[in-house]
Design a protein around this ligand. Structure first.
Ligand code: NAD
Ligand code: MG
Length: 385
């Protein structure tokens, strides 16, 4: 395999830093040529000194000068702001974008990379939730592979290798259930930020940790799966599997079910996406079937975790509804993280926003941008921000 040049968008995050670890372990396979961060200038500078990329982006314009002064002498090009992300994505000097920015902010640079014909390693699920039809169409047109990094979708992707055109009956996304599995609304109403951030099996960024606690994450993943694997909503099922050993499954039309398994470690799907179609060796801990352990499965509690029910509804309605759901959720999670609203208030904000914004059946990309803005403003007005 020749040296693959990786652009890590969101290099200072949970996925981004783990991707850099993978690159560090495999210097003959990968090279980081672009790094980006929103506000953590110090970590970005440290990463750039170590990995010597051709270019970096610092999102926060107030940090631009600091980063420029540190990195320009090393011959590193420094961009800033939202436009800087798109300019960096337009560069020639990378082969794959690892899309690891969190939220809607990842959409434009990822679209730019697709337009440019670059392969995508996709962690940023919100990109497909917001505008999956358009992103996948463009990828098809440009013959760009989109390799999932999200563990469930990586699992499905791995189960599909070698299956050619064999028909999928359904996919079964596993969910850990998050820190509040088995809890009821009378408990959830008092849940605080720090408790909600404690995930039992994974250590992740703040936004996805809250989404995992509300089960919104699984709803976003159902929508992500629809676009990645060209599925009907009725073909996507969720099952709670608290041990997070089976990362997801595919059931084919003959009833045979394939599962992808392993200890929960995001470095595995990250390195799989970077190295695809190859596998590369590592010394991560292995799952041991000889140790006493029970794998259990149960139905998600949609009455308690209403965010998942709303996401399933948006998945079925389609159009701009997933985009509205995502925007309202981003505002609600942000407000919860700032201790402005309670845990169950997040559901209220999303519900009211979904009822408010006008349905568009087949939005253009501009209409997706507008929908996002409208939904965001309305949701923000509900939480006084
Ligand atoms: P994180 O919060 O740890 O990191 C986010 C990264 O994006 C940081 O580098 C940050 O600087 C950058 N960023 C944040 N806001 C930005 C903005 N407005 N503009 C530009 N850059 C911005 O998040 P994470 O946990 O690494 O998650 C990243 C993405 O991967 C999310 O979409 C998440 O759903 C997905 N994902 C994460 C995990 C995980 O284990 N962390 C697993 C599956 C999927
Ligand atoms: Mg996931």
């Amino acid at each position: 395999m020749s040296l693959k040049r990786i652009a890590i968008f969101g290099s200072t995050g949970s996925i981004g830093t783990q991707a850099l670890d993978v690159i560090l372990q495999n210097p003959t396979l990968f090279q980081a040529t672009i790094l980006t961060a929103q506000s953590n200038d110090q970590l970005l500078i440290e990463q750039a000194r170590k990995f010597k990329p051709a270019a970096v982006v610092i999102g926060d314009p107030k940090k631009y000068k600091i980063v420029l002064e540190a990195l320009q002498p090393l011959g590193i090009v420094v961009y800033s702001g939202e436009e800087g992300l798109v300019e960096a994505a337009d560069r020639d000097d990378y082969d794959m974008m690892l899309a690891a920015i969190v939220g809607y902010a990842g959409l434009k640079p990822t679209l730019q990379a697709v337009n440019k014909g670059k392969a995508i390693g996709l962690a940023n699920k919100e990109t497909l939730v917001v505008a999956g039809d358009i992103v996948m169409q463009r990828a098809l047109l440009k013959k760009v592979p989109i390799i999932p990094v999200d563990s469930e979708h990586s699992a499905i992707f791995q189960c599909l290798v070698g299956e050619g055109r064999n028909k999928i009956e359904k996919v079964i996304l596993t969910a850990s259930g998050g820190p509040f599995l088995g809890k009821k609304p009378n408990f959830l109403v008092n849940v605080k930020r720090d408790h909600a951030l404690q995930h039992p099996n994974w250590s992740m960024g703040a936004k996805i940790s809250i989404d995992s606690a509300t089960l919104m994450n699984k709803g976003l993943e159902m929508i992500e799966a629809k676009w990645l694997f060209n599925l009907q909503p009725s073909q996507i099922e969720v099952v709670v599997h608290p041990q997070s050993i089976i990362h997801s499954m595919v059931q084919f039309e003959d009833g045979s079910i394939k599962a992808q398994m392993g200890l929960p470690d995001m470095k595995l799907p990250i390195q799989y996406a970077l190295a695809f179609p190859n596998r590369i060796s590592n010394n991560f801990p292995r799952y041991d079937f000889r140790k006493p352990n029970t794998l259990t499965f149960e139905e998600p509690d949609l009455k308690t975790f209403r965010n998942l029910a709303m996401a399933i509804d948006a998945l079925h309605k389609g159009g701009n509804m997933p985009c509205v759901l995502n925007a309202a959720n981003e505002i609600a999670v942000y407000a919860f993280l700032k201790n402005r609203i309670g845990f169950l208030d997040m559901t209220e904000v999303i519900d009211r926003t979904l009822q408010k914004i006008t349905f568009i059946e087949q939005p253009t990309i501009e209409q997706y941008f507008e929908t996002d803005g409208e939904a965001r403003n309305f949701a923000a007005s509900l939480v006084n921000m």
